[in-house]
Design a binder for this molecule. Sequence first.
Ligand code: FAD
Ligand code: FES
Ligand code: FES
Length: 1365
Amino acid sequence: MGSLTKAEEVVTEGEWSTEAIVYVNGVRRVLPDGLAHLTLLQYLRDIGLTGTKLGCGEGGCGACTVMISCFDEWSRKSKHYAINACLAPLYSVEGMHVITVEGIADSRRSLHPIQESLSQAHGSQCGFCTPGFVMSMYALLRSCNEPPSEEKIEECLAGNLCRCTGYRPILDAFRVFAKTDDLLYTKTMSENNLSGDFVCPSTGKPCDCGKGTTNRSETSTCGKQYSPFLYNRIDGSLYSEKELIFPPELLLRKIMPLSLHGCEGVKWYRPLRLQQVLDLKSLYRDAKLVIGNTEVGIETKFKNLQYQVLISVTHVSELNILSMNEEGLEIGASVRLTELQKFLRKVITEHTDDKTSSCKAILEQLKWFAGNQIKNVASVGGNICTASPISDLNPLWMAAGAIFQVISCKGNVRTIPAKDFFLSYRKVNLTYDEILLSIFLPWTRHLEFVKEFKQAHRREDDIALVNAGMRVFLKHDHGTLKVSDASIVYGGVAPVSLIATKTENYLIGKKWDDNLLQAALKILQEDIVLTENAPGGMVEFRKSLTSSFFFKFFSFVTNEMNHKGFLIKGLNATDMSAIQPNYRPLTRGIQCYELTRHGTAVGLPAMHLSSKLQVTGEAEYADDVPTPPNTLHAALVLSRKPHARILSIDDSLAKSSPGFMGLFLHRDVPGSNKIGPVIRDEELFASETVTCVGQVIGIVVADTHDNAKIASNKIVVEYEELPAILSIREAVKSCNFFPNTGRCLTKGDVELCFKSGACDKVIDGEVQVGGQEHFYLEPNSSLVWTVDGGNEVHIVSSTQAPQMTQEYVAWVLGLPLSKVVCKTKRLGGGFGGKESRSSFIAAAASVPSYVLRRPVKITLDRDVDMMITGQRHSFLGKYKVGFTNSGEVLAVDLQLYNNAGNSLDSSFAVLERAMFHSDNVYNIPNMRIIGDVCYTNFPSNTAFRGFGGPQGMLIAENWIQRIAMELRKSPEEIRELNFQNEGCMLHYGQVLQSCTVSQLWDQLKQSCSFVRARENVNMFNLHNRWRKRGVAMVPTKFGIAFTIKFMNQAGALVQVYTDGTVLVTHGGVEMGQGLHTKVAQIAASSFNIPLSSVFISETSTDKVPNASPTSASASSDMYGAAVFDACDQIKARMQHIAARNPHSSFAELAKACLLERIDLSAHGFYITPDIGFDWKDGKGSPFSYFTFGAAFAEVEIDTLTGDFYTREADIIMDLGHSLNPAIDVGQIEGAFVQGLGWIALEELKWGDSDHKWIRPGHLYTSGPGTYKIPTANDIPLKLKVSLLKGVQNPKAIHSSKAVGEPPFFLASAVLFAIKDAIIAARAEEGYHDWFPLDNPATPERIRMACMDNFTKQFATPEFHPKLSV
Ligand SMILES: Cc1cc2nc3c(=O)[nH]c(=O)nc-3n(C[C@H](O)[C@H](O)[C@H](O)COP(=O)(O)OP(=O)(O)OC[C@H]3O[C@@H](n4cnc5c(N)ncnc54)[C@H](O)[C@@H]3O)c2cc1C
Ligand code: FES
Ligand code: FES
């Protein structure tokens, strides 16, 4: 290793430059030296470009997407590509043009066509993901010479997550750029439409969903007002002049090698020649090469690894070679994955199939490798040298016989076969002075086949659970085909990519027939050794996958050989389903509704009021608010034990940490340290014991966010560990329930019914219901500052409950409520997660702010947010059900447990709602439900869309489905037979009114052609052994109101100004659900003014006091009514002035009122009438009314891997007269897709007794890398949403209905369709009995439930995959 002095000399000897230039949105910026520790995202946000969002910081959400343009010397053209700014080191974009969402357009200028289209198509709700989507699409358009295909458009969004919209409107908005159907977008067509043809008011495009609507005249009015968004208006031709060009300076400028620095002596080099790399490497033995930083960035951020010297080798031409010769391909180590994709595509088109089998396999694998933003920067060499045991490419390099070339600092080159390169866990065959130079990939030969395999938790943008690369070379031998050579390599089953040596050896010389398959499958078991508690878990599943993959490979080769005429016997027709590629057709959405207008605005599908600001990135969220001078940044000190006594807290190391300003503990809290939304059973800062991992022990403040984090990590806490309760079952076993939370509801007499003999059958069982992370795109953020020396405290917070935050802060600071103000402009999603679990974060930050009298900002990192803020409650339900042979349910006895975590929070109310919804829509004469709230040593669980209702209904649908299996009938038949009807008495004493379940059900049955769908599925299943389809229809009924009566009140302040505009403030928070838009529509209609005259700025506790949290779906009902009340008051005051003064406009009237000294401001108030429930006798009317719905789903599963996709979903809901059908459809689609995540994708993995490979009490799935919410690729291929026509709701404003939570449960149709498909798979093996299927129905659960010969090697038929509940 060279000395530093010598290194400096060498570096300065050459032409190393310290001048770093970047253009950002056309503006030249000189990057000072010393910023090597910064990411591009940090820099952009620091210079005020806050349109680019921080959602995760790990490349997993796409919120930080920007476009990079650079000049390609070789093609002499500028290239454009999307990247994740959160992983890009700042200096990596030196010499490039960075375009952020602000660089495209702003709302004052004309929007960019992409932005225009997205906002018109209702493609943004909370808007936090929106700039990222815009930038991905923008980069695609800028990099295409001709309109991209629809496939390309869907593909380019793989790295962007949206938690609100369900993606359909985003895809629709972007699809227009594919120009697939010019006719649809021509002027002629548009004129036709405007003259009467139906234009979908939701998408703005021609469609026939409105044909036959009862309100035809309204619809065509709407057609005129919401004219189709024409392609000729958004094709960019008008806009091109404004498009930012590639800066001429960068075209002319000579790229220089760079030598720069970062914090704490970090050195950053960007050599341009290989020799420079080797020189640096010989000087700095531990120097880290970096290209895409997609691995190094994760290591430094999440694994706390620090590298003093970084050598960026992106610009080294010798490492960027892409060439081919007689023997094969040469691929430089720095080649980016998208470049490799392009190259392979070209190679495949130019060469014969025989030669390119490896190329095809690699290309196919790359399709499912991360999102585009990652592939645009991640390199081949980075993937290889990381040596991840789940690398997608390494098994393929190994199987394909690739050879790696490495070079030493002295210039010596050696070659290593890929199969010998990986030594042990993340260790490769490179000495400290060597680097990887290139990869040689040989052509395949005639009769040589290479195939890729990958099964992940989620198909798109996910790392593999198990992957594989397989190769076989066959030769003719005495008239038969025998294996001459073979490579079978697996990832995800060992610390390195594993060669199945015994299997390979066995295969050599064997005839390619069924005997080979059977024997190889047996031997494979000897190769794959996974112990019970192997990291990653899912041992049985992973082993089964290894067999499934081999079987698929065998089938693939057999089929290929048969096609080529070398094997007489090919695959059976039904076995062809084993090799069907993962092809997913394009997604299509249909929306069907009629418009019922009230006044100027109510009932119109108006755009979200903030949409223009969201698509331009101008919409401000808490973290975007400019910080006042002197602001400190905070990081929490968190417990690392699930249950322990705190022995000591040592801050001596932190004190010397850069920028450290103080640690605050329980003793520093000026007021009370006890907090809690209902019962104060939590501590703000743990004083003596901690009761979960992630509990807040203290808060550190420092000059920057990063320094606060570094210092908080240096606080040393010593613990004495205590026994912890880490599941519902453990809590039940030790009777660890929260005191006085036991609940009971009864109807009829269950015992008597069971004894009476009226039931033909009585069954009992258990249902485990998995939890769910909210995964709002915007992590929790708060800014707290004091005024007048601490006499007042102000907070800006990302909370659904500003009033609760105000209360928490006042309480912990010992201040009166009147001196604390909390404001919230908008949230980047909440879904219940920011209801009660955001206030303690703001309260923690308020302590240092108050004590130091300085502003303090806290923004949680994604992993911390997920770890400490609680999730949807997991449940355990035990049922006993009695029914007749016809399927009529007579009695249900139910015991419900929910996992509250370490404090009560809202768990009690969540349990109650689950109990209320345990009947779903079924009339059960005898019912008893007992509920208990379990105490466990996990972070407190909390509200989440549905608030326990979905859990209660899911348990009900489980026993319904089981009855169906017991009786050999369809679940739909059992459902229909037991429907509740008008006037039916529910199990808590409320009489069911305006029940539309049967009406919805019948319409749905017709709409989805259920009978035909069932027949088609049966037919498909008959002909496909390894792929099965399933269908299901599920109804829902959701009670509207807070079940705690006092919360059903709402206030609003309406102010009319003399220019005729109206400012509304109300107690509800806008979090994407369109609340402000709907409320503004109500105000506009009230005053008979255009919607554009009404403005809602923010929610603030000093304008409207004592508001309930924005939740329970009831906000538009309540705040809409409160605003209506205020408008009425003002109108009443205006009336006599209006009668006296002729006026031509509302503005004139307002002015006249002013002159007459009329108060143009009013406070409106609303309480939900006729509700109340008494738990003493378990009777009453907890709900004001119900929102009903039903959904159909059809799915297809791959029984060999557990992969599935939803072919179709058809949803119908009764929303009365929708206030804004476009927003309501958006809520339905968003809820459905979020529900789909809950039932099929999103699995929380906790360190409990079933997951011993995770540290006790820790959350393993704490980021988008491990926790998988649906992507655009997961939504139903055909998604139809209809609103029931001609129904009213006298219980809510303008006859509308609440929508936020009710559709969520409808996604369970997908779960039951999956189960239906599994039933078909099991029937092939002779299994006809009921079996449990927990949610989420992940590939593991689907695969293992499809019992067959492959799984039987590793699991018994009773095998039940583990689930943290
Ligand atoms: C969101 C996300 C999704 C991902 N998805 C996948 C996936 O689906 N499949 C998958 O396999 N991986 C995946 N990865 C992992 C990672 O992206 C890949 O391994 C990627 O190819 C790494 O390339 P890079 O250029 O970014 O590596 P870097 O982070 O720049 O470097 C990685 C390592 O390689 C070393 N290195 C690089 N070049 C050389 C060289 N020439 N000689 C010696 N050492 C070298 C570096 O020093 C470093 O140790 C994902 C990562 C993220 C963040
Ligand atoms: S913030 Fe960069 S990908 Fe999530
Ligand atoms: S609109 Fe996409 S995350 Fe909210």
